[in-house]
Design a protein around this ligand. Sequence first.
Ligand code: NAD
Length: 501
Amino acid sequence: MILIAMTSLMARQATRARDPVPPGVVAWQGSGRPTAHDGASTIDRMLRITNPATGDLVGELESTSLEGIGLMVHRARQAQRSWAAIPLEERARLVASAGPAMKERSGAIGELITREMGKPIAEAKGEANYAASGLEDACAEIVAALRPQTLEDERTVTTMLYAPLGVAVCITPWNFPVLMCSDTVVPALLAGNTVILKPSELSTLCALEWAKCLMAVLPPDVLQVAIGDEVQGKALVAAPIDLIAFTGSRSAGRHIMQAAAGGLKRLILELGGKDPLVVLPDADVDAAAAFAARNSFRNAGQVCVSTERIYVHDSIAPAFTKAVIDRAQQLVVGDGMQAGTQIGPMVNARQKEHVLAQVSLAKATGATVECGGDGGGNFVKPVVLTGVTHEMPIMQEETFGPVACIMTYREIDEAVRLANDSPYGLGGAVFGRDEERAREVAERLHIGMVGVNQGCGGASGSPWVGARQSGYGHHSGTSGHRQFAQVRVISRPKPKPASAV
Ligand code: NAD
């Protein structure tokens, strides 16, 4: 650890000498030594991260060379046996001992989140704090899931062991750049795997700060961080590793599945969504509209379980639509570092272009833009669209932007058919005062997680799971934690009772 810290310090000093970095800008050297770049990467040797709200440089890091990736995998393999030899409870104690440092640094990590990907500072600090304060409970839950279990029938006693898989690679996105690391890295470590984390190239600094808290308490090479974009991601997927826990887009997930097939590597894929909200005729219009606005616009719509399609019964559509538009127009859009900002920028210009292109195409083919649109820079003011149809790409492809698309229906069967007309199946919601009826509608949706009169996240201990092309495998909850381990079944004859001998 001291060596890592020294190397990092020297690297930081060397970087400063080469290329002076403005005050407040973080410079860091990737941990994928050696530093000589092999030239195969499509990215610059230095990964430059800019603030999407201001365009300012936030920091730069040396990306991990492909040779460095190979060395990391080798080191992870070497370290895995002794890490797995540590009892489960002790591994959990070590991981959980990073909690106080994470909590102490949550303010600084939160600031990095905002400066790297734009979300309002209170939400960013909340994310960092949640990951820190929830660590101990998460570890306890994972330990309970991974403890050996015993089954027996008349003849056989079976012990089920949850054994390590080996070397795990966790590849994460930028929209919840710390939580998405925590959700996969922590169970992978507790299961006795060594882990290589490859955070998003757009939010590497905050993920690295979070990971440093863990690296400080873990034996060397049990957790390493690879720096870079999809080039490093692809190299890790192709390397001789045992598990890929990926959170990101459907297209990258598809590529990873193909690339992993040759080695039949274990996969956990948490992918994109196109979540529907079904508003039933008896719904509380204000509550449904408040939810629709919050869940379409929070994090500038850059949430995997954002509401991206709204089906509202035509009897209440005018009141509902007006309430969503009113809320959209009241939201304060701006730099996430400024007090009062509720909606930050899109993560980058490419994402903004993608969102506005979908809106323009919808408008050109008959939809009405009720409010919102281009906010200058990387900003998009919350958009409400009416008159959309299912032929429009905005109702088929993930938008990942602050857009509420409202469609009306007459029969509940029609709403269910439309909600199910998607290759995605991550989250969704149904609003209606008759909860039993709303629950019946929820059960007819081909979706991993559906909320009735609330968002889709389950009670503590629930899995986080996408159906259809939104996921393959899952994390969290007892069943999710066990996907980071190999279940092994050891059986022996049941001892005969003394009276039968
Ligand atoms: P992305 O797929 O572009 O990138 C995600 C990560 O994968 C990054 O670290 C990237 O460098 C890496 N990567 C990209 N292509 C790769 C490849 N072919 N091989 C290996 N690594 C590769 O996604 P993003 O833009 O960072 O994140 C947004 C997406 O993530 C959205 O689709 C969103 O819905 C999804 N997401 C899903 C969940 C979930 O729990 N289901 C949670 C958060 C985000």
